[in-house]
Ligand binder design. Sequence first.
Ligand SMILES: C[S@@+](CC[C@H](N)C(=O)[O-])C[C@H]1O[C@@H](n2cnc3c(N)ncnc32)[C@H](O)[C@@H]1O
Length: 269
Amino acid sequence: MELSDDKLEAIIKLVRQHTGIAMGRHKRVLLQGRLQPRLRALGLDNYGAYIARLAHDRQEVASFINSVTTNDTAFFRTPAVWRWLEREFLPEWAARAESMPLRIWSAAAATGEESYSLAMTCLEARRNFPGLRFEILATDISSDALHTARAALYRGRSVERFERDHPELFRKYLRPVGDAYRVASEVSQYVEFAEHNLLQRPPRVAGFDLVLLRNVLIYFDAEGQQRVLAGARAAMAREARLVLGEQESITRLDTDFVFEQAHVYRIGD
Ligand SMILES: C[S@@+](CC[C@H](N)C(=O)[O-])C[C@H]1O[C@@H](n2cnc3c(N)ncnc32)[C@H](O)[C@@H]1O
């Protein structure tokens, strides 16, 4: 089913309204591919009827958001970030504030691999810093992604890469279940998942010491990025660090953040 120009415009507007994601007209084929299953599921034969449905059906809005978001992620994505955490951030934190729980926000956590990688990294750091306490809040706008994240059950490429790159951690923290692997409860107990839209107020004001906001800014335009970064800033304690994705640079934006090292930012003086 072909998306006409005017219906494409209307869908692009709805994507932006509900998620902040900025899409151009070149996403026509992608949007058709993602939304056709929704039209079929609802027994609709044209996009006009689907757009009308979105105006009054909140449940369908959630399915729409699930359909238009891209939830690609991986365990220990971008090795440099995990090296920095293990070798710099966590030892410095332990030396500075050993008795305080480290509060981490994994924003746009997708299906949870990043959040569980964080918990495993903190658990491993405890071998050197036994007093290290931590808590992880992992949020995303996609209810489908969060459903997978909470189940903590992974298979296929995601676990194959994890096993290849981190065999010891894989054996220590993942449990085989049929053709899949489940993250052990000793890891998952540290992660709380919640639905959150980055365009809305942060889940806690000044409540986090470390915020991972990776591979999501790329979907927003400059205005949306600025808004999301203002939310991240408000969520961060004074000495907190913000971690962005590999392809995300914010130096051209007007923010309070100062570049510290690759992928890592702090709040400026
Ligand atoms: C490509 S994944 C990134 C996952 C993980 N942070 C990583 O780097 O591997 C992008 C995630 O951003 C989420 N997302 C998109 N727009 C969002 C919004 N407005 N609020 C919260 N999450 C959003 C998507 O649902 C998706 O799960």
